[in-house]
Design a protein around this ligand. Structure first.
Ligand code: BGC
Length: 752
């Protein structure tokens, strides 16, 4: 990779833009045909019509009873002043609204977009939960089903996946991402893009995907949503950008920029991010949509004097479409007429959007995604629930299992099911839902009832609601625990405590939930705690004192069945944490790929002046990659194909993985790497590979990883991507804090 300048400026960004215009690409015949059609259409368009293509509006019930807003929007559409709608959905409505676009002079179809984040009608586990499965085919399939349901309902485009890395669970939007790790996040970004988009854009069972939010949104200062981001270029390139690059490589159709400033410049107005990196270095051909009103918000940031200034800055910086900001629709015509914005820049943005409309086949048939029969079939396909159940059980993480309390015996005489989330339905759906029906969600209580033997007594007592502000229900909960042989206590957040604008400073279990746990535990029965949440929570008392802890996130429509599958052993848990779980909010931001200091805590135990807290260990409560199984796996016989690696060549690392327990199970084998001496200090370990491997009880397999030069490379102080010759430590294990095997490798200086 070439060197990157530290600071983009406007003139260089524009120069790069004009250079890109004359770049001849290896376009296929079909690409060229589309390009010709786009050019021909562009020639017929007035300035106003061009600007219209860049204007995206939100509208619900546009075809319902007329009111000012919907009458105006439909009128604007008929004038060709809107290029895309968000939140219009369903065959009937998308057809009616598209019909308005076809009454416009040039009959350019609208793009219908929507936040289909973890399901359309069938709700899948929240994205952070799915990331815990480390199961790429399952994640791809979940996106595929969501796309199929949405596409059959007239939707062309989803605002997903969110590929923001975050090391801060105070930030409520960690629920929408893949966690803290760049490598895992990049693999999942790719799987989700492939799942949403299918083989090729234009299939009516797929939608365009969006890589969002470009960029560094997950590093908001203090975990407060929309807050400023200030980070080194090195961190940006090494940690935050790779999942976006992975999305580009997977062919993602669109990007969304972000609300935050990055080192003082709103991402929406950043030519460095959008023109230099995305459209320049990465040669991205899709289009960029702003986040909701983020162009107009540049005025509030103090980066633009007024809305016209904001529009000028955003289009120059490479933001192609304005979502709900009314900056382009109000100012761009004038900006182009006055010469403040070059026609070529406007044309480039319009071209990128029209290209996607052609690629989707909308000019051939603007209604091709809105098919009543397909909508009916897709939304009632029973296989979707089975797929949701499968990915949900793969997403659950067993954090603790003392005395092999789990799996529970289905023939247990009586079981107390306690806690505010035990019978929850809406909460299991998590933050982003579209057309689901909470009544159709399988609660954990439902799941338990359908798993236990006929004569098992299930005693339900909520104890309190999620906010848990009173102990009024505790006595009944304790009585239930007293009567039962075993206790399941279901605690956690409500669905609306994580997500957008849901930052928290206290990550403990809400209200008096911990006291409910303590009260129930007094009865002396084994207590299995099931935690539902959209983020890592801090729950030390429960972690110390519960007999078993299962972290279930928000597991979706089939959540109750999936959790019961794990609790009763129909599925052996295989999930691993995609984010570090801190002991205390004071440790945040926290991640496993930390740097060594000059005063490492382990080297100077009895010394005061070391890099440590005086009140909490440095280690997390549960490390990245942690997750237990009902069986055990052993790692042995590590071998390297060679110990000296020639530049540009590869080395194969292999070892034996054995299921040493009595149950079949899956292990996520994790490969970490450390470059112990480098021109800039490298992290103590970084994930560079993983395999999810299924072994029946007693089975052994030889597992291999191929190490190539890219895995040894990093951005040096000049942001050059290099692998420095010398020693590398390769670590293999079951979690970032559970390394089972390690060995060394030498990268040679030059061909010897
Ligand atoms: C969010 C985006 C979302 C958009 C449209 C914004 O507030 O940040 O992620 O796609 O709204 O709903």
């Amino acid at each position: 990779m070439a060197k990157h300048d530290m600071h983009g400026n406007k003139s260089r960004a524009l120069a790069a833009f004009f250079a890109a215009l004359i770049l001849t690409t290896n376009a296929s015949a079909q690409d060229r045909q589309i390009e010709q059609k786009v050019d021909a259409l562009l020639k017929q368009m007035t300035l106003e019509e061009k600007v219209g293509q860049l204007h995206q509006l939100s509208g619900r019930d546009l075809t319902g009873p007329a009111n000012n807003r919907n009458t105006n929007i439909l009128a604007e559409i008929r004038k060709g002043k809107i290029g895309s709608m968000l939140n219009v959905r369903g065959v009937a409505e998308t057809r009616e609204v598209q019909a308005a676009a076809l009454q416009s002079r040039l009959k350019i179809p609208l793009l219908f977009s929507l936040d289909v984040i973890h399901g359309y009608k069938t709700i899948f586990p929240i994205p952070l939960a799915e990331a815990a499965s480390w199961d790429l085919p399952a994640i791809e399939q979940s996106a595929q089903v969501a796309a199929k349901e949405a596409a059959a309902s007239g939707i062309h485009w989803t605002f997903a996946p969110m590929v923001d890395i975050s090391r801060d669970p105070r930030w409520g939007r960690v629920m929408e991402g893949a966690g803290e790790d760049t490598y895992l996040g990049s693999q999942i970004a790719r799987a989700r893009v492939l799942g949403f988009q299918g083989k090729k854009l234009g299939g009516t069972d797929a939608v365009m995907a969006t890589a969002k939010h470009f960029a560094a949104y997950g590093a908001a200062i203090a975990g407060r949503d929309y807050n400023a981001v200030d980070m080194s270029e090195h961190q940006l390139w090494e940690i935050y950008l790779p999942p976006f690059k992975a999305a580009v490589d997977a062919g993602v159709a669109t990007f969304m920029n972000s609300f935050n400033t990055l080192n003082g410049i709103p991402a929406t107005g950043s030519a460095y991010l959008q023109r230099d990196i995305l459209k320049g270095v990465w040669k991205y051909q899709g289009f960029i949509v702003s986040d909701w009103a983020s162009i107009a918000e540049m005025v509030k940031h103090g980066y633009a004097a007024d809305i016209s200034d904001a529009a000028q800055k955003a289009i120059n910086a490479g933001s192609d479409m304005d979502m709900e900001g009314f900056a382009y629709s109000s100012s761009l015509v004038q900006l182009v007429k006055s010469g403040k914005v070059k026609t070529a820049l406007l044309d480039d943005a319009v071209r990128r959007i029209l290209y996607k409309k052609f690629e989707l086949g909308l000019f051939d048939d603007p209604y091709r995604f809105s098919d009543a029969k397909r909508e009916q079939d897709a939304l009632n396909d029973p296989s979707h629930r089975l797929i949701a159940r499968d990915v949900a059980r793969k997403s659950l993480v067993l954090l603790k299992n003392d005395k092999q309390t789990l799996p529970l015996n289905k023939a247990v005489k009586s079981i107390a099911v306690i806690g505010p989330l035990a019978n929850a339905r809406r909460d299991l759906e998590g933050g982003w839902i579209v057309k689901s029906d909470a009544a159709q969600v399988v609660s954990l209580l439902d799941g338990i009832r359908s798993h236990v033997a006929k004569d098992t007594e299930v005693i339900f007592s909520p104890g309190c609601d999620v906010a848990c502000t009173t102990t009024d229900g505790f006595a009944a909960a304790m009585a239930a625990a007293d009567k039962a042989d075993t206790v399941l206590l279901v605690l956690g957040e409500s669905w609306d405590m994580s997500g957008e604008a849901k930052s928290r400073t206290d990550l403990g279990l809400p209200g008096l939930q911990t006291q409910l746990f303590e009260a129930v535990r007094l009865k002396g029965k084994p207590v299995t705690v099931v935690i539902m949440a959209g983020r890592p929570l801090v729950f030390n008392t429960v972690a110390d004192q519960a007999t078993a802890v299962l972290y279930t996130w928000f597991a979706g429509s089939e959540g109750g069945n999936a959790i019961a599958d794990v609790l009763f052993g129909d599925y052996n848990p295989s999930g691993k944490l995609p984010m570090t779980f801190p002991r205390s909010v004071g440790q945040i931001p926290i991640s496993y790929d930390t740097y060594e200091t000059g005063r490492p805590v382990q080297d100077v135990k009895n010394v005061v002046y070391k890099s440590a807290y005086i009140d909490t260990p440095n280690t997390p409560r549960y490390a990245f990659g942690h997750g237990l199984s009902y069986t055990d796996f052993s790692y042995s016989n590590l071998s390297f194909s060679h110990k000296n690696m020639q530049p540009g060549s590869t080395v194969t690392v292999s070892f034996d993985l054995r299921n040493t327990g009595k149950r079949d199970g899956e292990e996520v084998v994790q490969l970490y790497l450390r470059d112990p001496v480098a021109s800039i200090v490298r992290p103590v370990k970084q994930l560079k590979g993983f395999h999810k491997i299924k072994l029946v009880a007693g089975e052994q397999k030889r597992v291999s990883f191929t190490i190539d030069q890219a895995m040894l490379s990093f951005y040096d102080s000049k942001l050059t991507w290099i692998a420095e010759p010398g020693k590398f430590i390769i670590m293999l294990g079951s979690a970032s804090d559970d390394i089972r095997l390690s060995g060394e490798l030498q990268l040679l200086d030059k061909q010897k």
